[in-house]
Design a protein around this ligand. Structure first.
Ligand code: LMR
Length: 328
């Protein structure tokens, strides 16, 4: 009996030790925006849900505000295994796939509902796997919202108002073509450098969502923001495909589930956050918000239209048509 009790004690002791020595899986999620933006909120929600599912087994560390990397460096770090999640805007995947460029076509989507409809459609879902052979696995789309245009000039209503001006753009050839079609000068630049570039006049203007404009304080160094809604900022949450496939099955399934819930949460919040930040910009009273008439919008739309023909063969007409049908 005594031998049995001793043996039992030994087994319990060993099991306890094994339990204690199991290190949690630490997952680093790096991104470039503020915590209060749609992406920031999505990342925090994912952390909360994943850690709730796996207490003591999974720890999610969030690094917002380009603290660790900008998106370009972040993709390299992800492939090297230094970080595990990143959520770049789809405009930044040029070097991995040409297909995602569809999302950059100006005036493609009427509103954010159409974006969500397309991303959840069979064509949208298929694009999550478009970069697998390059080592990147897409897990979800997170929406920020519609892009607005701002400059340091008093007037911004018609396409002619941007002629000759320098604009910061994300790492995207379609966006470069968009500004060239307007006879403006696009400059690719990391998100973390934009405020200073606007402040010092290295560039005259930029395009982004209300939440990014507000949290990055662009409205303090720009004179006018035109409500063009000419494009979107949409993210793909990506991970390193090899790392992801190598996770224990239960963890991978649980994380995918937490990601799906966080996605739903962030996408539902995105509109509200952008409206809130539009209000904050208005209340700050620094940059003027220029609303546009349907005639103005038609003029912007036709000035940017040549980009569509330029990129149709690279992106594929089928994909463009599938995206367009989400507007119906
Ligand atoms: C940008 O670079 O302007 C955006 O992609 C930033 C972001 O992640 O919303």
């Amino acid at each position: 009996m005594r031998v049995f009790v001793k043996l039992l004690g030994l087994i319990i002791f060993t099991l306890t030790l094994m339990g204690c020595s199991e290190q949690p899986i630490t997952i680093k999620f790096s991104h470039v925006t503020a915590d209060s933006t749609p992406k920031g909120q999505g990342a925090l929600k994912f952390k909360e849900l994943a850690e709730q599912k796996f207490p003591g087994r999974v720890e999610i560390q969030i690094f917002p505000n380009s603290q660790l990397f900008d998106d370009e460096q972040g993709m390299d770090a992800l492939l090297l295994g230094d970080i595990h999640f990143l959520a770049p805007s789809l405009s930044k995947f040029d070097r991995y796939t040409k297909k995602l460029q569809v999302y950059d076509l100006p005036f493609l989507f009427n509103d954010s509902d159409a974006v969500i409809k397309f991303q959840n459609s069979p064509s949208g879902v298929l694009l999550l796997d478009a970069m697998r052979e390059k080592g990147l696995q897409g897990l979800a789309y997170w929406l920020n919202g519609m892009k607005q245009l701002s400059t340091n000039r008093p007037q911004l209503q018609k396409p002619e108002d941007v002629e000759g001006l320098k604009f910061r753009i994300q790492e995207s050839d379609v966006l470069q073509a968009q500004f060239r079609a307007l006879d403006a000068n696009p400059q690719k630049m990391a998100f973390s450098e934009v405020y200073q570039a606007l402040q010092t006049g290295v560039v005259d203007g930029q395009e982004n969502t209300w939440s990014n404009i507000y949290t990055q304080k662009y409205h303090e160094v720009q004179d006018v923001i035109a409500e063009t809604n000419h494009g979107i900022i949409l993210y793909m949450v990506i991970t390193n495909a090899t790392w992801w496939d190598g996770l224990p099955e239960d963890i991978r399934t649980g994380l995918a589930d937490a990601m799906a819930q966080a996605t739903d949460y962030a996408n539902k919040l995105s509109n509200e956050i952008n409206l809130r930040d539009r209000g904050q910009i208005e209340a700050a009273g620094r940059a003027r918000i220029q609303t546009l008439t349907p005639q103005d919008i038609t003029a912007w739309r036709s000035a940017m239209a040549p980009v569509w023909q330029e990129y149709e063969s690279e992106i594929g007409k089928d994909l463009i048509d599938a995206a367009l049908s989400a507007n119906n």
